[in-house]
Design a protein around this ligand. Structure first.
Ligand SMILES: [Zn+2]
Length: 625
């Protein structure tokens, strides 16, 4: 996994050489403030042109110049995914046309197992350095953290460009900013998307929207119109099997070239008949209704629509709801403030009151269905929760899927729950979860409906993108019009052709750890990995600064390597080794502490590996007296 941490093209900081060359030809950066957006009359003005497929010139690999050099001509639409094309999360795409830049989403990625201590990863915006003035707007498709989670950091770094989004999305961003730096939300320049028919012009970009379905309120699809192509980007989306089905046929009327950038998480989900929302809610309601005692529902706080419906249902049948988990509470609060969740004041109760109410009247909705150590459900199961102790009669519902990578943790959580409760319900037993993402059939369906000229699968791990490309080919979409990007790919559209530059922009990881942004480097991370795997040993020696002779006995401290009290022999042998290493030095020359440190690190490392087959980090401290 370490190679994932390596910068893709060059070290963080500054655009790569190729781009720098191009930008020398670019126009000087405009200093005027972004244009005030005004509604477009609509996309109708484009509809006169009817696109004929045979007119389309197809990308020809042989024509791609050797250097991947691209003209910085004003008619070129540049699409640059900064993140979200090799992972789930860190979604952020830059659209550039002449001197105008529009950004879509600023998400975070959660750390991998080999990134100890990292809170999250944010998109690398080094490509935008020096181009801040060109950023006309940042559009947010919806309020999930993998789309807005880095906003509080990146918006500040980019000088607070105008932010475009629907009501709930903007409220989520403001909340995130306030949690990060109180008072910072005031600096936001927001442009509210009041209805799906709103249109905005930002420089050469004409921005429109369309309805989509997703698990959060106010999720919206975005259309970015430029003279060189019209991007259609649903953000995260699904096609429900319900009666109020959202369709996308109308998007096929957008003028060519239509470029569909499609979140493709469902590309390998081949279930022909996914569970409908309706069935899921029927099951959940039945369980809440019939529960002999308390109901504890573990779900994602991002499933805010579902949480809202469950609260409303509980109220309807006279039950009280307690919410547990920071994000759960704050998301519901925002939804309530905006009127998206409508419940009476006394329906929601604080968690410390659950024990004052008869069990059969209590519903607890909490985070932690992934077994996250500090989350509410884990604490409840471990008897570490301040107010909730599990009872045999409780009904526990996992209204969630298992995120890949969390299988073992979730299994352990379930095992512990089964010991304590008689009624544990999860998706293997009953349909109590529906994903907010479509399946393979949905991907084919949306492509058929929109009839794009180019298809760019995005917002998922690389293999999903490749699989989504296959789904498109299966329904006859021409392979040569599919672009599977990596993070940092620079895709250019001009004259109905596309070109992918040979060089990528820098998208190496930027880690956030506590209050530090980007200050944890690969070296720090590698140290943490070593410490986590083999621990460390500190060796303190005092030497005579003239002769280099060892004074007294070396001190040895072990942490995470061996328990010293139980390994006195090894400690003694180590101490003797330290003596040998330090006395070996030439006593005629002046003592060189660095030299001694290096010897200690190397020779002691070998010695300990021979003895233990472990490679602890060795920290030599040489004190000259
Ligand atoms: Zn989402």
């Amino acid at each position: 996994m370490v190679e994932k941490i390596q910068p893709k093209q060059q070290r963080r900081g500054g655009p790569n050489r190729h781009h720098r060359n191009n930008f020398q030809n670019a126009k000087p950066i405009q200093t005027k403030t972004p244009e005030t957006p005004k509604p477009l009359d609509s996309f109708d003005r484009f509809r006169g042109k009817i696109f004929r497929r045979r007119d389309m010139k197809i990308h020809d690999e042989s024509k791609t110049s050797q250097s991947g050099s691209l003209t910085s001509s004003n008619e070129t639409l540049r699409v640059i995914p900064i993140g979200g094309c090799e992972e789930v999360g860190r979604n952020m795409t830059v659209f550039e046309y002449g001197n105008d830049i529009i950004i879509l989403d600023m998400g975070i990625q959660f750390p991998e197992e080999d990134m100890p201590g990292i809170d999250y990863i944010i998109p690398n915006i080094s490509y935008l350095r020096g181009k801040e003035k060109n950023i006309r707007a940042v559009i947010f498709s919806h309020g999930h953290l993998d789309h807005i989670g880095a906003a509080q950091i990146l918006l500040e770094k980019l000088g607070y460009p105008p932010v475009v989004g629907r009501n709930f999305t903007l409220a989520m961003i403001k909340k995130r900013m306030e949690d990060y730096a109180p008072g910072s939300a005031k600096k936001l320049k927001t442009i509210l998307v009041k209805t799906i028919n709103d249109r905005f012009t930002f420089g050469k970009f004409k921005i429109g929207f369309f309805d989509i379905e997703h698990s959060i309120m106010d999720a919206v699809g975005v259309i970015l119109g430029t003279p060189s192509g019209n991007i259609i980007h649903p953000g995260d989306w699904t096609i429900s099997t319900g009666s109020e089905r959202v369709t996308y046929n109308h998007l096929s009327k957008i003028p060519s070239p239509r470029i569909l950038m499609l979140e493709s998480l469902g590309a390998t989900d081949f279930r022909t008949d996914p569970v409908s929302d309706k069935e899921m809610y029927a099951n959940l309601q039945m369980l809440i209704d019939k529960a002999p005692g308390r109901v504890i529902i573990g779900t994602f706080s991002s499933q805010i629509k579902r949480v809202g419906k469950l609260i409303e249902y509980a109220e309807k049948i006279g039950k009280k709801v307690a919410l547990e988990g920071f994000s759960m509470k704050s998301n519901v609060e925002i939804a309530q403030t905006l009127g998206y969740i409508k419940v009476a004041k006394n329906t929601l109760i604080p968690i410390n009151e659950v024990n004052n109410i008869p069990d059969e009247k209590v519903v607890i909705i909490c985070t932690g269905a992934q077994g996250e150590g500090n989350a509410a459900l884990s604490r409840i199961v471990a008897d570490n929760h301040r107010f909730v102790r599990l009872k045999k009669k409780d009904t526990i519902i996992f209204s969630s899927s298992v995120i890949p990578g969390n299988e073992r943790t979730v299994q352990r959580l379930k095992d512990n729950l089964y010991r304590k409760c008689d009624n544990v319900i999860h998706t293997n037993l009953m349909d109590v979860h529906v994903s907010g993402h479509t399946n393979a059939a949905g991907i084919k369906e949306i492509i058929k409906q929109i009839k794009p000229d180019f298809f760019i699968p995005v917002y998922a791990n690389h293999y999903f993108l490749k699989e989504a490309a296959k789904r498109a080919v299966e329904i006859g979409f021409p392979k040569e019009r599919i672009i599977v990007p990596d993070n940092g790919s620079v895709i250019e559209f001009k004259d109905k052709q596309f070109k992918v530059a040979e060089n990528k922009i820098d998208t190496s990881y930027v880690f956030v750890d506590g209050l530090g942004v980007g200050d944890v480097s690969q070296i720090v991370l590698r140290d943490r990995q070593v410490l986590a795997e083999d621990g460390m040993i500190v060796v303190i020696v005092q030497i005579d600064n003239k002769t280099g002779k060892l004074i007294g006995s070396p001190d040895i401290i072990s942490r995470g390597f061996i328990f010293m009290k139980e390994h006195k022999d090894l400690i003694e042998a180590t101490r003797q080794k330290v003596r040998d290493i330090t006395t070996d030095k030439d006593s005629k020359t002046e003592a060189d502490p660095d030299d001694i440190k290096n010897s200690l690190r190397n020779e002691l490392g070998q010695f300990l590996f021979q003895k233990t087959q472990r490679r602890p980090m060795i920290l030599p401290v040489v004190i000259e007296v």
